[in-house]
Ligand binder design. Structure first.
Ligand code: ZN
Length: 463
């Protein structure tokens, strides 16, 4: 019934035009690093000139202050803001529109900006410019002040100081470049995402799905976010909180409005409904490549089950019943595959014949007291082809003592008989005995108990 022909059209509208964003992002990054580079070069040249002009003699605290003033005139908040004004303002506008238009194109709707969107855009433009200028204080001033302080305590000649200045500040430019790259990336992504929220609203889309770029390098957090459904209303609240903070130049509030998760963040078990307010739109961390797409609910029961598992939400009684029905009627694995599995696991199962192996697998699924767990998992063969799309799985387990002959002794080892069923294709994919109940290493969502094994040891009949 569930496995009847399944429609898989129009589930999600994919973004077609990622090029526009990439082009703008590179422009922003280039503009920022160039402006910074030019400003630094000029500032350092001026500072070194002044050092030389001073001639030989003791380097004083006043000389240090003077050098800081000269540098600040070139790379201070006002100077940097002025140097980057045009590209930051223009590109903020373009990135915001790209976000909105990507959504409009995908949904086939022309996005008309209204008063609130234009107001938001103005806040973003000045806000982005403000963060850019403010970066002097956050990132650079302390480093330079520290460098100067070190020179005072080391009692160097003026020539030696000039040389070390030139070397250290060259390193500072490099470090600065990485900083500007991250800031450009962050500014571009956030601006586009706020534009997308407007696009979703105007296109009448109320829910979106998180799409991580899945490969070996996908961050843990984005693996945990992938496939979840986020309400556009929640994204709007987040964007408004961020814009409000940016308008008030309240940096802590801006940071709180949009959580940048660290590398150790673990959302693997957090239901989507329990995610914090600051976790709605990507980016979820620095240099995040995750996007969102419009989501239209599927009427297919297996799609709905997969979605509930992905969102780490509780499955309904009907869904659990559907899983059982599906697993009971699951197709048996293909012959070659079956032989391979039987050869590998058959001895553990005391399955001397292929038919016994199948009977054992199906018996576990049919056992009403079996422990039932579900997870989204990337199939091994699919992964080998570079496809990391998670699929829904159900595993059934019953306690089983494996008896092996160790010389004359018989060794009894407690464990479980497992049968795994892939739900979207409706087939049994493996059956084996294991001495532990660890999840598969291919699990994307942690294997979750839907029904725990019934209490009391049930004698398992091998048929
Ligand atoms: Zn990411």
């Amino acid at each position: 019934m569930i496995r009847a022909t399944r429609r898989r059209v129009g589930r999600a509208v994919l973004v077609k035009n990622a090029d526009a964003f990439d082009a703008l992002y590179i422009q922003l990054q280039t503009a920022m690093t160039n402006a910074w580079d030019d400003a630094m070069r000029e500032g350092i040249a001026n500072a070194l000139d002044r050092l030389r002009d001073l001639g030989p003699g003791q380097f004083t605290k006043e000389d240090g202050d003077m050098i800081m003033r000269i540098l600040e005139a070139s790379v201070g908040p006002d100077a940097i803001r002025a140097a980057m004004r045009e590209p930051v303002v223009n590109l903020t506008d373009a990135l915001f529109r790209v976000g909105a238009e990507e959504v409009g194109q995908a949904a086939g709707v022309a996005i008309a900006f209204m008063r609130p969107d234009l107001d938001a855009l103005d806040v973003l433009k000045t806000g982005n410019l403000y963060w850019v200028g403010n970066s002097w204080n956050i990132h650079t001033q302390n480093l330079m002040a520290k460098a100067l302080e070190d020179y005072f305590t080391e009692g160097m000649t003026r020539d030696g100081l000039t040389q070390r200045f030139a070397e250290d500040f060259a390193g500072l430019t490099k470090r600065g470049q990485r900083y500007w790259e991250i800031l450009a990336d962050h500014t571009a992504t956030k601006t586009r995402e706020i534009g997308r929220v407007t696009g979703y609203e105007r296109a009448g889309i109320v829910r979106v799905q998180v799409r991580a770029h899945l490969d070996d390098r996908t961050t843990k957090i984005c693996r945990h976010m992938h496939g979840r459904i986020i309400e556009v209303g929640k994204m709007r609240e987040q964007a408004d909180a961020y814009l409000d903070a940016a308008g008030k130049r309240n940096e802590p509030a801006a940071k709180a409005a949009w959580t940048m998760h660290g590398a150790d963040a673990d959302l693997s078990n957090t239901p989507t409904s329990k995610l914090g307010k600051g976790t709605a739109s990507p980016p979820y961390h620095f240099r995040c490549r995750t996007i969102t797409v419009a989501y239209f609910a599927s009427s297919d029961p297996v799609d709905q089950i997969a979605q509930s598992i992905t969102d780490r939400e509780k499955l309904s009684k009907d869904q659990v019943a559907d899983i059982r029905t599906l697993a009971t009627g699951a197709a048996w694995m293909e012959k070659g595959n079956e032989r391979r599995h039987w050869k590998k696991h058959g001895s553990f199962l005391e399955a001397r014949k292929l038919a016994d192996y199948e009977a054992s697998a199906r018996g576990v699924v049919r056992n009403p007291s079996a422990r039932l767990r579900v997870s989204m998992r990337v199939p091994e063969d699919q992964k080998a082809k570079g496809d990391f799309t998670p699929r829904p799985y159900a595993t059934f387990a019953v306690p089983h003592v494996f008896t092996k002959k160790g010389g004359k002794k018989r060794i009894e080892q407690p464990g479980h008989l497992f049968t795994a069923v892939r739900l979207d294709t409706g087939e049994i994919v493996t059956h084996h005995w294991r001495d532990d109940d660890l999840s598969s290493r291919n699990d994307i969502t942690p294997a979750r108990d839907i029904q725990k094994a019934l209490k009391g040891l049930l004698k398992w009949l091998f048929r």
